[in-house]
Ligand binder design. Structure first.
Ligand code: HSE
Length: 401
């Protein structure tokens, strides 16, 4: 029997306990041994719940118990999760986490510590919830040099964009709805301003380039400026607006950005709706590979954590090499990205032509007193230069091919 501990009995942590119990036998067969949760660390008590007999309040009880081989961290946030995880790895325990903030900031250091202690630090659930993406990148696509990773990696904003498209409602209304459904946090900033997606694409970029990608360096635009009028134009163009996180290889580095894009119906991510996530990967030998599924939610995310537990049980005396050094990756300048741009402006068409050259006009029913148009393909830098020549721009959204 392999003894495990879960730190944080919230949505994901309780999901992990549930999955380990519900699928106990099949998990035992795959892991080669039964996985038994001995401790659950939480600040709270859970009176009248059978879990109470496993509750501990001091992480050192877990770190100091030689019987514990695997620890799950589902607390969220960098501290105290970092201190606790470091103590577990130092004590020679395997650790899996669903915590993207911890992985994005401390991933390289914790991977190095795990290697030194001949254990594993795994984080399948930190990106894409229930979608397998970390292990495929670390195990199945290692023959490739990655040319591009582009994904819808935030379920909350994808739900909001889908609702705005289907119901024609405005941003504030759909945000309230997402909060009522428990998709958006009370403070929704991390989701709606794209920071959550920025952390996730930074983690994926670190994994494919083997160096530390700081999420603070990622150019990030959220969806809070997207309006019902933009959606009307998008429909007129037969397109959908999606918040994409994208990382593209530029020589020996990557250019990384998070921003809303207008996708055509032929785009592989066009039909990813609601809280679903999808990640598209392009390798230089495998070509295009797509991953689709539940990007969040109790059981899908817990399933990803449990897959790490099984992997660690299968390699209980062995560190599985992960290439992610603390050396910082100097990101390529995102302004080299080339796109067409959809622009709305309180301006004359003649002025728009003067500023941008060839443009394609777009009209949307019921929207007057402004012009809408799509530019030719140009770099971000060139767009900014040309946009400065046209006063009255009220919106710009990148247009994907
Ligand atoms: N807030 C995140 C999302 C949760 O909406 O995708 C999963 O990381």
């Amino acid at each position: 029997m392999i003894k495990a501990a879960v730190m944080g009995y919230g949505t994901i942590g309780s999901g992990v306990v549930e999955v380990l119990s519900r699928n106990r036998e099949t998990i035992a067969k795959r892991a080669g041994d039964v996985i038994e949760v001995k401790y659950v660390l939480d600040l709270r008590d859970f009176k009248d719940d059978p879990i109470q007999k496993k509750i501990v309040h001091d992480y050192r009880m877990i770190a100091d118990d030689p019987e514990i081989a695997i620890v799950v961290e589902t607390m969220g946030g960098v501290e105290p999760a970092y201190t606790f995880v470091k103590a577990m790895l130092t004590a020679g325990k395997h650790v899996t986490t669903s915590n993207k903030a911890l992985v994005a900031e401390k991933g390289a250091e914790l991977i190095a510590l795990a290697r030194q202690k001949k254990v594993n630090f795994m984080f399948e659930a930190s990106v894409g919830g229930g979608i397998p993406i970390i292990r495929p990148l670390n195990a199945c696509l290692t023959g490739d040099v990655m040319e591009e990773i582009t994904g819808i990696v935030n379920g909350t904003t994808n739900y909001m964009m889908t609702e705005m498209t289907e119901k024609g409602v405005d941003f504030d209304e759909v945000l309230k709805d997402a909060q009522n459904r428990g998709y958006a946090e009370k403070d929704p900033t991390a989701d709606i301003e794209g920071y959550d997606a920025g952390r996730k694409i930074a983690i994926l970029t670190s994994l494919v380039c083997g160096k530390q990608t700081d999420f603070e360096d990622v150019y990030t635009e959220g969806i809070s400026h997207i309006t019902a009028a933009d959606i009307r134009y998008a429909k007129e163009m037969g397109r959908a607006i999606k918040l994409l996180a994208t990382s593209r290889r530029v020589k020996t580095s990557y250019a990384v950005m998070v921003a809303p894009f207008l996708l055509p119906k032929t785009h592989p991510l066009y039909s990813v709706n609601g809280v679903f996530n999808a990640i598209f990967v392009r390798g230089n030998v495998s070509g295009d590979v797509m991953f689709y599924g539940s990007g969040a939610g109790k059981l899908p995310t817990a399933g990803a954590v449990v897959s790490d537990i099984v992997e660690m049980a299968k390699h209980i005396d062995k560190n599985i090499r992960v290439e992610w050094s603390p050396e910082k990756l100097a990101l390529a300048d995102y302004t080299c990205f080339k796109n067409r741009f959809f622009v709305r402006a309180k301006a004359d068409k003649a002025n728009a032509v003067e500023a941008f050259g060839g443009i394609t006009a777009v009209e949307a029913e019921g929207i007057d007193g402004e012009i809408g148009f799509i530019t030719e393909k140009m770099t971000e830098a060139e767009f900014e230069k040309r946009a400065a020549l046209l006063p009255g721009i009220i919106q710009k959204i990148r247009v994907a091919d």
